[in-house]
Write a protein that binds this ligand. Structure first.
Ligand code: UD1
Ligand code: CA
Length: 470
């Protein structure tokens, strides 16, 4: 699409959100609103994406860091026409089509934008607008047409008469302009007498007065054009977008036991025959393989799960890689850079951080494994801790294949336990354990025969128990 450039309007404050954060940075299914418009343009492969920034410009730029976009600044928010006008220098001499999108309309689909471009090309118009018929047009600009149905102008809510407010066809804020005709028309837009701003929809009036051809396309699905101005609309958009995600996943063979209670970002992929229980939250760049089971109330963020992984109730997995057949949880916490090889297990109330667990390794209960490498078939007893931090720096633990670590062991890093070694329960291990050795790191047991009975007798002599003591 080298004959198309896009302008995304993201300079407004978003006062109706009543927030310290600008509107376009409020998250929707894990990504700031503005990402949705930007990513759509990038997917379409337009030549350039220009983002108009103003309110909290630095934060908006930062949120878009890494995406191939250009920024244009609008020093004062003087309205949407003024915002587009700021791109004049950047688009000087550009003869292609200029797509204009609001940064607060995240439900638009690629197909609809493509359709608008096709319509625009076929109609050879100076501008083509996407309109929609909605049940409640409150807040939107209304489309005014003449008796023949030709577009006359757009009237904003603040300037509309009671009769105009009853019109149900609205402006969606998605426009396609013929480049050479855009900036001259913007300069002819007059300030709104009511709001003092330059409204972009006013270009329609300019074109119509010049008898130029402005075309419209009616959105096939009015839920696509929802503009987010309030938190209630943000929640409504989230619900609509989640519904779309759920439909896509179920069509691809994923079982969602209760879609309404499932929270999956639109960036997540899931393989067929995976079962997702209620309360599951899947976020960011997460990919889940086929045939997995995700039990209730798990949260998985930016992680990859291969096929056949089971995640039991209440587990959290962040930035980790889980190979096929692993079992995690219940109530396990896999922190960033954890890697589980095939059929490894991290069980009840365990925490794993920046650690590799070899194939078939088991950490079944109540353990902390951090900054560690565990070989294949290592077995870690309940209550075992890798003491990775000495108050100054983090240190590594290496446990080679088939090591057995007894319960309640402290492994004081840096430390290495050789292949096949056995660590006795309750040990504090501070020195290298060679392969196939047995290591004890605990005080020797002292047993005094009969001492308990003696002690009891002594106590009774001092103070006989009261009758109702228990
Ligand atoms: C706008 C349209 C309205 C349309 C509706 C669809 C105008 C005047 N009205 O209204 O016809 O029905 O969208 O959702 O365009 N922005 C800037 N600079 C500014 C002002 C706004 O960059 O000076 C950006 C905002 O950050 C936002 C977008 O433009 O992303 C739209 O602005 P907003 O104030 O939300 O317009 P609406 O009142 O919703
Ligand atoms: Ca809006």
């Amino acid at each position: 699409m080298h004959d198309v450039s896009a302008v995304i309007l993201a300079a407004g404050e978003g006062t109706r959100m009543r927030s310290g954060t600008v509107k376009v940075l409020h998250p929707l299914l894990g990504r700031p609103l503005v990402h949705h418009s930007v990513d759509l343009c990038l997917r379409l492969g337009v030549k350039r994406v220009l983002v108009v920034v103003g309110a909290q410009a630095e934060a908006v730029r930062k949120a878009l860091a890494g995406r191939p976009v250009e920024f244009v600044s609008q020093a004062e928010p003087q309205g949407t026409a003024h915002a587009v006008l700021q791109t004049e220098a950047a688009l000087q001499g550009f003869a292609g089509a200029v797509l204009v999108l609001a940064g607060d309309s995240p439900l638009l689909t690629d197909e609809t934008v493509r359709q608008l471009l096709d319509t625009h090309r076929a109609a050879r118009a100076v501008a083509t607008l996407l309109t929609a018929r909605v049940a409640d047009p409150t807040g939107y600009g209304r489309i005014l047409r003449d008796r023949q149905g030709r577009l006359r102008r757009i009237v904003e809510e603040v300037e509309a008469t009671a009769k105009e407010k009853r019109l149900s066809e609205i402006n969606t804020s998605l426009y396609c302009f013929a480049g050479p005709f855009l900036f001259p028309a913007l300069k002819a837009v007059k300030r709104s007498p009511v709001k003092g701003e330059f409204f972009l929809p006013e270009v329609v009036r300019v074109y119509v007065s010049q008898r130029r051809k402005v075309h419209t396309l009616l959105a096939p699905d009015p839920t696509e054009v929802l503009g987010i101005n309030t938190r209630a609309e943000l929640a409504q958009a989230a619900s609509l977008l989640r519904h779309r995600v759920h439909e896509r996943l179920m069509a691809a063979g994923v079982t969602l036991l209760d879609p309404a209670a499932t929270y999956i970002d639109d960036t997540v992929t899931i393989g067929p025959d995976t079962v997702v229980y209620p309360g599951v939250v899947l976020q960011g760049a997460t990919t889940i393989g086929a045939g997995c089971v995700l039990y209730p109330h798990c949260r998985i963020q930016d992680a990859h799960l291969d096929e056949g992984v089971t995640v039991l109730d209440g587990s959290v997995i962040v930035q980790s890689e889980i190979a096929e057949g692993c079992v995690i949880g219940p109530y396990a916490h896999l922190r960033p850079q954890s890697q589980l090889k095939a059929k490894a297990k991290v069980g009840n109330f365990c925490e794993v951080k920046k650690a590799v667990l070899g194939a078939g390794a088991k950490v079944p209960h109540l353990a902390y494994i951090g900054d560690a490498t565990l070989g294949a078939k290592v077995n870690i007893g309940a209550g075992t801790i890798t003491c990775n931090y000495d108050g100054f720096a983090k240190h590594e633990t290496v446990i080679e294949d088939e090591v057995f670590v007894g319960s309640n062991t402290n492994l004081v890093a840096p430390i290495r336990v050789g292949r096949g070694a056995i660590i006795a329960a309750g040990s504090t291990i501070t020195e290298t354990v060679p392969p196939d050795a047995v290591a004890f790191g605990r005080a020797a047991q002292v047993t005094k025969e009969g001492r308990a009975a003696e002690t009891r007798k002594k106590r009774q002599a001092m103070a006989p128990p009261k009758a109702d003591d228990d």
